[in-house]
Design a protein around this ligand. Structure first.
Ligand SMILES: *Cc1c(COP(=O)(O)O)cnc(C)c1O
Length: 419
C-alpha cells in the first residue's frame, strides 16, 4: 500500500489527524535556518512550545509568593507531583497508586533494588539482556557487589543466539528454568535501546514469577513510545526517564512503578526521607516514620518543580492525543520508513529491529556493514540527526508526535544518495 514518492508522503501527512502536533514543537534548525530532519527523539525528545509557559508560571509563583508558593497559585508545589500521576499512569497502563514521578532513572532503579533485590546466599543472581544499557548494567553490578557477591558469578546475560541480533523469549525461559533457584531478579529493558526490540513483558513476568524471581522492567525506551500495560503485565516494578519520548527536557525527572500487590507492604526494606512519610503528618516533624502506600512511598525529597513543570506540559499533550492514536500513527510511520529503506539496493546496511510492529516501537536500528561510522557522519552533515551506537548501529526514531511522512521520505532519499 505504501508508495515511494514524495507525493505519497505529502498526501499521508495531509490525511494524518495528528499532523497539527508538529507545529507545537520547536524543530531545531541549521545556521541557514533549514529544519533538521530530527530522528533522535529516542535520546532527547524535542521541546514542546508550551513548556516555556508552564515553567514560567512556576517562576512567576516563586517571584510572587516565595515559600507560600507551596500552597498558593494555580498549581501549588506541595502536591505538585500529584498533578502528573494520573496522566503518567495512563501512558504506561498503570493505576495512579502505582506510579510516581521522582529522581532520575538510575537512582530509581537503585531505590527499587533496595526494596526488591533481597538476595540470599543461594538465590542472589540477576538476569539482564547482554545488550543492556550500560547504566543498568553498572547499577546491577554495583548492587551485587554491595551485597557482597561476585559480579561475574552473579550476573547472568540473556544473549541473542549465534549469528542473530534479537533476543528469543524461549532462551530466557531456559535460563530461568535451569537456574531459577539461584536467580533473585530479572531486570530487563522493555524496549531494548540498541535493537529497538519490544519484549513481551507479561510473558517475562510469568517466566520470572514461576520461579519466585522478582521482575523489574526498564522502560526508558518504552514510555511514550509503546503501550506497556504495566499493571496487567504483573511485573513487580518499573522505571523510566522522561527526556526521551516524553519530551520533558535534558536530565528531567523519571517515572517509577510499583505494582499494586506491593502497595501496602510496609515490611519491604526501603530508604526513607520526609517525602515518603505520611502526607497527613509530614509537617508535624517529630513523628516516627510512617510510610505512605503505593509508589509515593519510594519518594525521599521534595522534588524540583521547574523540571516537573516541563513534564506536566508534555503529559498534557499526551493526554490530549492519547497513546492509542499515537501508536496507530507510529506503526504506519515506522512501517513507511522500513518500506523505503528496504527498497534501497545495497548490502551495506541492514535493519536489525523486528519487522513485526507488535515487537517494536518507532525506532529502527540500522546496522552498518564493517561498522563504517562515516555514514552517520555524512547523515549529520546533511542535517539528518540520528545517533551512532557502538559497535555498528545507527538508531533512527521517527516520532509520531512531531515527525512527518515527508521527514521520513526525505531522510531515505538522502540516505540512498550517500550509499
Ligand atoms: C536513557 C537510559 C538510561 C539513562 O539513565 P539516567 O539515569 O536517566 O541517566 C538508563 N537506562 C536505559 C535503558 C536508558 O535507555
Amino acid at each position: 500500500m505504501y508508495k515511494p514518492t514524495l507525493e505519497y508522503a505529502l498526501q499521508q501527512d495531509q490525511e494524518d489527524k495528528l499532523s497539527y502536533l508538529r507545529e507545537q514543537f520547536h524543530i531545531p534548525k541549521d545556521k541557514e535556518g533549514n529544519n533538521w530532519l530530527y530522528f533522535t527523539g529516542n535520546s532527547l525528545g524535542l521541546q514542546p512550545k508550551r513548556t516555556q509557559q508552564y515553567i514560567q508560571q512556576e517562576l512567576n509563583d516563586w517571584a510572587q509568593y516565595g515559600v507560600e508558593g507551596h500552597f498558593e497559585g494555580e498549581t501549588p508545589w506541595l502536591p505538585y507531583h500529584e498533578f502528573l500521576t494520573e496522566k503518567m499512569a495512563k501512558i504506561v497502563g498503570a493505576k495512579p497508586l502505582e506510579v510516581v514521578v521522582m529522581n532520575t532513572l538510575t537512582t530509581n532503579l537503585h531505590l527499587l533494588m533496595v526494596s526488591f533485590y533481597q538476595p540470599t546466599q543461594k538465590k542472589y543472581k540477576i538476569v539482564i539482556e547482554s545488550d543492556a544499557f550500560p547504566s543498568d548494567r553498572y547499577a546491577v553490578q554495583s548492587q551485587l557487589k554491595f551485597h557482597g557477591f561476585d559480579v561475574e558469578e552473579g550476573l547472568i546475560e540473556w544473549k541473542p543466539r549465534e549469528g542473530e541480533e534479537l533476543l528469543r523469549i524461549e532462551d530466557l525461559e531456559k535460563i530461568v528454568e535451569e537456574q531459577g533457584d539461584e536467580i533473585a531478579l530479572l531486570l530487563i529493558g522493555g524496549v531494548n535501546y540498541y535493537t529497538g526490540q519490544y519484549l513481551d513483558i507479561k510473558r517475562i513476568a510469568k517466566i520470572g514469577h514461576a520461579k519466585n524471581c522478582i521482575v523489574g522492567i526498564d522502560l526508558a525506551h518504552g514510555a511514550g513510545n509503546i503501550s506497556p500495560e504495566l499493571h496487567d503485565s504483573g511485573v513487580d516494578f518499573a522505571a523510566w526517564c522522561t527526556y526521551k519520548y516524553l519530551n520533558s527536557g535534558p536530565g528531567s525527572l523519571a517515572g517509577l512503578f510499583v505494582h499494586e500487590k506491593h502497595a501496602y507492604n510496609k515490611e519491604l526494606p526501603r530508604f526513607a526521607g520526609w517525602w515518603n512519610h505520611n502526607k497527613e503528618t509530614r509537617f508535624n516533624m517529630r513523628q516516627p516514620f510512617d510510610v505512605m502506600p503505593g509508589a509515593e512511598g519510594w519518594q525521599l525529597s521534595n522534588p524540583p518543580i521547574l523540571s516537573m513543570a516541563a513534564i506536566r506540559a508534555s503529559l498534557d499533550m499526551f493526554d490530549e492525543v492519547g497513546m492509542e492514536a499515537l501508536r496507530a500513527k507510529s506503526e504506519k510511520l515506522t512501517g513507511y520508513f522500513e518500506y523505503l529503506i528496504s527498497r534501497i539496493d545495497t548490502a551495506s546496511i541492514k535493519i536489525i529491529t523486528p519487522s513485526n510492529p507488535k515487537e517494536r516501537g518507532c525506532q529502527l536500528s540500522i546496522q552498518v556493514k564493517n561498522a563504517d561510522k562515516s555514514l552517520h557522519k555524512k547523515l549529520t552533515e546533511n542535517n539528518i540527526i540520528t545517533d551512532w551506537r557502538e559497535p555498528d548501529v545507527i538508531r533512527c526514531a521517527p516520532v509520531p508526535m512531531y515527525n512527518s511522512f515527508e521527514d521520513v521520505f526525505r531522510m531515505v532519499e538522502i540516505l540512498k544518495k550517500l550509499l
